[in-house]
Design a protein around this ligand. Structure first.
Ligand code: AMP
Length: 213
């Protein structure tokens, strides 16, 4: 089944998605990662995306939806996708349903990681991401793992949009545009809310229980 991991920036979606990928053989479809890859190209589209991400603003639905369609077209990922960071507004949620129906797929579960703004600030300010494998760590909480990371510590970088002003902007945009689609998903039977301020392992165990069903 396909899963949507839903929650504000810094809720732990990426971290949990990485566990699900390993344990349950899933494919993580993070629109943030796809867009950051696209922004590396020295093209007008690349710089447009780079600017929007740096300011914590949304990239146009049209661009995100096109990237999404490309991935869903790949049969390798069929019914094994974790959507991380998508959909982020009602239009994207509706578009996802259209594309999934086209590819004869659906959403098996929507998991909402709920966290407060205070917790998010702390998590994001300490976050470092490996530019090679996209694994994320926290400088305050994962010092040992950072030192032992197989790609090498030099590849662990702070994301440009992980600074306090942009974090607050991203959270506010989330509350305005993304939180309203919670109403849309929470009415469905396959919706679960998890307290995202729990320890990482506790959240993973709750997600594992959901995926066993
Ligand atoms: P994330 O890695 O999910 O925190 O996303 C980082 C940034 O990428 C966001 O702040 C947006 O600028 C952009 N982005 C990621 N996913 C989307 C999306 N579904 N729609 C629009 N912009 C997105």
């Amino acid at each position: 089944m396909n899963i949507i991991l839903f929650g504000p920036p810094g809720a732990g979606k990426g971290t949990q998605a990485q566990f699900i990928v390993k344990k349950h053989n899933y494919f993580q479809l993070s629109t943030g990662n796809l867009l950051r890859d696209e922004a590396k190209f020295n093209t007008p589209l690349g710089s447009q995306i780079e600017n929007l991400i740096s300011n914590g603003e949304f990239v146009k639905d049209e661009i995100v939806n096109t990237l999404m369609r490309k991935c869903l077209n790949n049969l390798k990922f069929r019914d094994r996708i974790i959507f991380d960071g998508y959909p982020r507004n009602i239009e994207q949620a509706k578009n996802l349903e259209v594309i999934l129906a086209e590819f004869k797929q659906d959403i098996g579960h929507t998991i909402f990681l709920n966290v407060s703004k205070k917790t998010i600030e702390k998590r994001i300010m300490g976050r470092v991401t490996c530019e090679k494998c996209n694994m994320t760590f926290n400088e305050y909480f994962n010092k040992d793992q950072i030192d032992l990371h197989p790609c090498g510590i030099k590849h662990l970088k702070k994301r440009k949009d992980d600074n306090l002003d942009v974090v607050i902007a991203r959270y506010d945009i989330y509350m305005k545009s993304t939180k309203p689609i919670l109403d849309y998903y929470s009415k469905k039977t396959n919706f679960t809310e998890i307290d995202g301020s729990l320890e990482i392992e506790q959240i993973t165990s709750k997600i594992n229980d959901i995926l066993k069903v």
